[in-house]
Design a protein around this ligand. Structure first.
Ligand code: NAP
Length: 263
């Protein structure tokens, strides 16, 4: 399928590893110039080098910025210039008892998971509308629909992200711009792998046994395994493409069948 993306330019927040990097790789494979992001400059440079080596035919660059700092985000949007495709991927996650989540943690989760998308969309949408074409894709989670008891803060921000995507889509009326959200399921990204390894270590079990135990506890997964980051990236690339022109304001799933209802 020709996706019609060759020669376009994309920014993917939080893309020096994990799902964001997989999205950047999949877009680069479709001929898209990509701008990666993360906080850690060395990790970001290494990710840029990795992608340049595998996709020498496109322009790959990196812009470091910490989404907890509005000043850094403003600087990032200044330096970025126009993009055709914005992927709001950056997101914090972690298990925590509701009683233990302090106000500062709620604020940090909100800044990174929600305000990153607000600030980037506010800065980049006007140029997309002027040019008559653009794509904004939010990477949310099935946890934004079925809020986990042990990650209430995460689920609330992911629900806000879904609402944000739907609201911003309403500002695209009569243009070729679309705004959609992907609801990801449990995915074995570097971030998740590090958490699984830490828990496995604490319980003195193997990483493989820990992975099986986590998936085993998830009573509704139809896939019965973690997703690979590339499986989320495939849906993001479709939504970023010219082929998805009739889909706008939607939340689509790449969750391995974890959500049990039709809507
Ligand atoms: N993995 C899952 O099971 C899953 C499921 C559904 C949805 N999702 C969503 O998918 C997205 C990516 O998750 P992932 O598992 O791929 O994450 P990950 O492996 O932990 O990668 C996170 C990326 O974001 C960057 N980052 C973290 N905090 C940042 C900040 N404050 N400012 C700028 N960059 C920052 C990291 O780079 P630095 O370390 O250099 O900052 C890294 O490149 C998140 O929105 C998550 O909620 C994940």
């Amino acid at each position: 399928m020709e996706l019609g993306l060759r020669g376009t330019r994309a920014f993917i927040s939080g893309s020096s590893q994990g799902i964001g990097f997989a999205i950047a790789s999949a877009l680069a494979a479709e001929g898209v110039d990509v701008v990666l992001n993360g906080r850690d400059e060395r990790k970001l440079d290494a990710a840029v080098d990795r992608l340049r080596a595998t996709h020498p035919e496109v322009a790959v660059s990196g812009l470091a910025a910490d989404f907890t700092d509005p000043g850094q985000v403003a600087d990032l949007t200044q330096r970025l210039g126009a993009v055709d495709i914005l992927v709001n991927n950056v997101g914090l996650f972690g298990l925590a008892d509701f009683a233990d989540i302090a106000d500062e943690d709620w604020t940090r989760y909100f800044e990174v998971n929600v305000m990153s998308g607000v600030r980037l969309s506010r800065a980049l949408l006007p140029r997309m509308r002027e040019r008559g074409w653009g794509r904004i894709v939010f990477v949310s989670s099935e946890s934004g629909v079925n809020i986990p008891a042990d990650m209430v803060h995460y689920g609330v921000t992911k629900a806000a992200m879904i609402a944000l995507g739907n609201g911003v889509a309403k500002l695209t009326r009569g243009t070729g711009v679309t705004v959609n959200t992907v609801l990801g399921g449990p995915t074995y990204s570097e971030g998740v792998a590090a958490s699984v390894a830490a828990v496995a270590d604490a319980r003195s079990v193997s990483v493989e046994a820990m992975k099986q135990a986590i998936i085993g506890q998830n009573a509704t997964t139809l896939l019965e395994r973690f997703l690979d980051p590339s499986e989320i990236a495939d849906l993001v690339v479709y939504l970023a493409s010219t082929r998805s022109s009739a889909t706008n304001g939607a939340a689509l799933r790449a969750d391995g069948g974890v959500l049990t209802t039709v809507l």
